[in-house]
Design a protein around this ligand. Structure first.
Ligand code: NIG
Ligand code: FE
Length: 426
């Protein structure tokens, strides 16, 4: 299939974009993309591709911008229930970490999620996955973390593998058994840390080898390194054990307090350090000199009505690799749209639309170590792309709260995003 006559094709070609290189869109005016099966076969000016492939089925993208599908590299996609009542409490003055310390917050979602049957959990999670897809996310990382005991955590990992197999959203799973101290260990966080290292992580490794097999890369292992969750030493203990078991690593760092989690991530060769609000100058310098991607989640401070955001410009000045994600979760940021993240990032992180788009595509793919297959439009890569309903990429960021995606192409299959209304027929 030849998608042609797009007013703009943003290729994002050339690999992850560090520091001040961020925002190189590889823009082709009046561009075309040739898709063969699940892959991109060629990208270039429409004139050239129409002449070279005259017999290909055609999709006319006149008046539309075309770009890689968004990659959302940090979500807590799989949970049951909601926390609307806590949102009301927070807007009336309660603080997030205080609600958690009182047994609510993450722990209230843990209760609902443990109690949910697999089918129910799948139905709730599938609905979110499909909304993400309809807003242009073609691949999302997704964390467990609302089970906090081996069987419940494996139920969540199982749900993620099933939804990935079902499609169309592609899912990169992460084990986040270290999302909070399990309620059974409320008074002894170190005992839960030891359980994670001695029993849970090895059990996940065995389960994965049997369930997913050697063909699939191991899931990431992540830790919430934070006051009231896991301190720096416990985070290091868990991540080191995970690394020794062969897992690639991620970390939640500096969401509320600076504990040094970003530098730990760099030291351990983690794929990414995420949140990064209270990040120190030393942590920023460490990130800038590393391959660890700095993943900013502007929906989180926004969702909590806080005023401080990731020091993105400082991270770029330090030559860091910046990516964007939703953090989609029931406590701080129930947002499924990377388009909204881009709009928020332009204003709160002071990014241009071009920088935010690169952070939401090629750099986001790098944050989940899939930049070799997704995140840009280049021959040989997976055919994951978006046809927008608007001709200019800057409409992303500029407009917010809606959906500018007209078509989503995933592994070469075209999905139409319904935007219309029709009279109710009962
Ligand atoms: O990334 N920080 C920890 N995890 C989530 C919140 C999860 C929740 O509140 O349920 C986050 O913000
Ligand atoms: Fe998170």
């Amino acid at each position: 299939m030849l998608i042609h006559s797009a007013s703009q094709v943003l290729t994002l070609a050339g690999g992850p974009q560090r520091g001040d290189r961020l925002g190189d869109l590889g823009l082709i005016e009046d561009g075309a993309v040739l898709i063969r099966g699940e892959e991109i076969a060629a990208v270039g000016p429409s004139r050239d591709l129409l002449a070279a492939y005259p017999h290909e089925p055609r999709l006319d993208a006149s008046g539309c911008a075309v770009l890689p599908g968004f990659v959302d590299p940090h979500t807590h996609l799989v949970w049951a229930g909601d926390r609307a009542a806590e949102f009301e409490m927070k807007m009336a003055g309660a603080r997030y970490l205080d609600i958690l310390a009182a047994g609510g917050g993450i722990l209230s979602t843990v209760r609902a999620t443990r109690a949910a049957a697999l089918e129910d959990l799948l139905a709730q999670t599938r609905a979110r996955a499909l909304r993400m897809f309809a807003h242009g996310t073609t691949t999302a990382e997704a964390k467990t973390g609302y089970g906090l005991e081996t069987a419940a955590e494996l139920k969540l990992l199982d749900a993620l593998l099933r939804l990935d197999a079902e499609g169309p959203l592609e899912i990169a799973p992460t084990f986040l058994g270290a999302h909070a101290v399990a309620p059974e260990f409320k008074d002894n966080p170190q005992a839960y840390t030891d359980l994670l290292c001695n029993e849970m992580l090895p059990a996940v490794r065995r389960w994965w080898d049997e369930r997913a097999g050697a063909a699939r890369p191991l899931p990431f292992v992540d830790v919430f390194c934070e006051t009231g969750a896991f301190d720096l030493a416990q985070s290091e203990q868990i991540l080191t054990r995970a690394r020794d078991l062969g897992f690639p690593l991620k970390i939640h760092a500096d969401e509320f307090d600076n504990l040094g989690g970003a530098s730990l991530a760099v030291r351990l060769g983690a794929a990414s350090a995420d949140h990064l609000v209270k990040t120190s100058a030393a942590d920023i310098a460490a990130l800038g000199a590393s391959e660890t991607v700095a993943v900013s989640l502007p929906c989180t401070p926004f969702g909590l009505a806080e005023t401080e955001y990731t020091p993105a410009r400082a991270i770029l000045e330090a030559d860091g690799i910046l990516a964007l994600a939703t953090d989609c979760n029931p406590g701080t940021a129930w947002n499924e749209s990377m388009q909204f993240v881009i709009a928020l990032a332009c204003r709160t992180l002071k990014l241009t639309p071009a920088q935010a788009i690169a952070a939401a595509t090629i750099n986001a793919a790098h944050a989940i170590r899939r930049a070799d297959r997704i995140g840009s439009l280049e021959a040989g890569k997976q055919a994951d792309l978006l046809v927008l309903s608007v001709p200019d990429y800057r409409q992303l960021g500029y407009r917010f709260g809606g959906n500018l995606v007209r078509l989503v192409v995933k592994r070469g299959r075209v999905y139409e995003v319904g935007a219309g209304i029709r009279p109710w027929s009962g």
